[in-house]
Write a protein that binds this ligand. Sequence first.
Ligand code: RFL
Ligand code: PHB
Length: 390
Amino acid sequence: MRTQVGIIGGGPAGLLLSQILHRNGVESVVLERRSREYVLGRIRAGVLEWGSVEVLRNAGVGERLDREGRIHDGSRIAWAGRRQLFIDTRKYAGRPMVAYGQTQITEDLYAARDAMGGGVIDEAEEVTPHGVDTGAPWLTWRKDDREHRVDCDFIAGCDGFHGVSRQVIPPTVLSTREKVYPFGWLGILSRTPPLDDIVYAAHDRGFALASQRSPALSRYYVQCSLDDRLESWPDERFWEELKARFPGEIAERIVTGPSIEKSIAPLRSFVAEPMRHERLFLAGDAAHIVPPTGAKGLNLAISDVHYLSRALIEFYATGSARYLDEYSDTALGRVWGAARFSWWLTMLLHRFPGQTAFDRRMQEAELDYIASSEHARRVMCEQYAGLPFE
Ligand code: RFL
Ligand code: PHB
């Protein structure tokens, strides 16, 4: 088998890349380790920057997003049990945010790839990239007890944080920077009507977040300990703790009900650079992880794919490697900006072990300042809305 771009990973990054390449006459094959059912069962991101919406629309997968995605002028932050501010991205950055689930985006991408006869191979085991530092790389994998191989011009590593692509870059070439936070987020999905707004809460009991997937589907999170187990968080305890972290007038509007999904995610910042080694290009979580506080992970995966698809399309159309050569630097510029914002918002809104009363007051004073200063709100909104693509 032969293709132009071999893509490892069928999450949003890999599927979107193959979709954009296909629409521009570049062939690819996507190799996904899991079953489609498993990939579509994962509940992850829910908030899109306007720039991401435009990339998805231009890739021909904007129809349901335009119909069902909920446009928000921004998000709300509540703290000290009573104070609130609105991160008005429409007013201060000229762009709204859109609530639309990563699960739905993945469904839309699978449907689009199927309709175009796109090659997505699922349940591909032991996917291995070879010869990335030669002019002719190839991929091998096992499926149905047989060994398979595809030769390609380039390999795109879109296989998430635990993938294999990053591992083939020699340690002498790759630098990684990491920060692990001493807590996680416990998230639930429930078939209940969400609040009108997306609301972040900083409370002495810990951080909480109210988000949404559709008019009938809510997504909520509470900061939890890394030692917490799902068994110790029955629904009743979750709802009680969630409501305790929001100001009374918000808590009383939260509609509770049985959870239909519940999971714990640790929080981490991680950046690997460069995002290219010879014929291998990394995109999305394969190259970087941000804590979810800033809602940036999926948006970064989409912006990486925007830059990488542009580079590959230009290469096949004109023979110019200009954008391929610039890819790592261009993508990393946006990645570090989002990594900084996500780190800052995480430090501002969470409760840290060993934090003193003084530390807490510093967080509150910063939130009070943002609420009182239009300059500070503008700075925050510009980053929450997502910096424009180059
Ligand atoms: P993914 O989604 O992890 O997909 C990688 C795919 O590669 C497959 N794979 C392999 N395939 C073949 N061979 C191998 N060896 C393989 N190893 C792995 C995997 O099965 C998988 O299908 O990475 P991608 O495509 O880069 O997408 C990144 C996003 O998923 C991620 O950044 C976001 O979900 C982060 N995130 C959020 N981002 C936002 O922009 N806005 C949000 O509101 C937001 N909320 C969140 C989030 C992430 C969360 N969790 C659980 C980490 C909320 C949470 C709770
Ligand atoms: C979500 O809806 O899952 C979500 C929303 C905002 C965030 C993180 C996650 O910052």
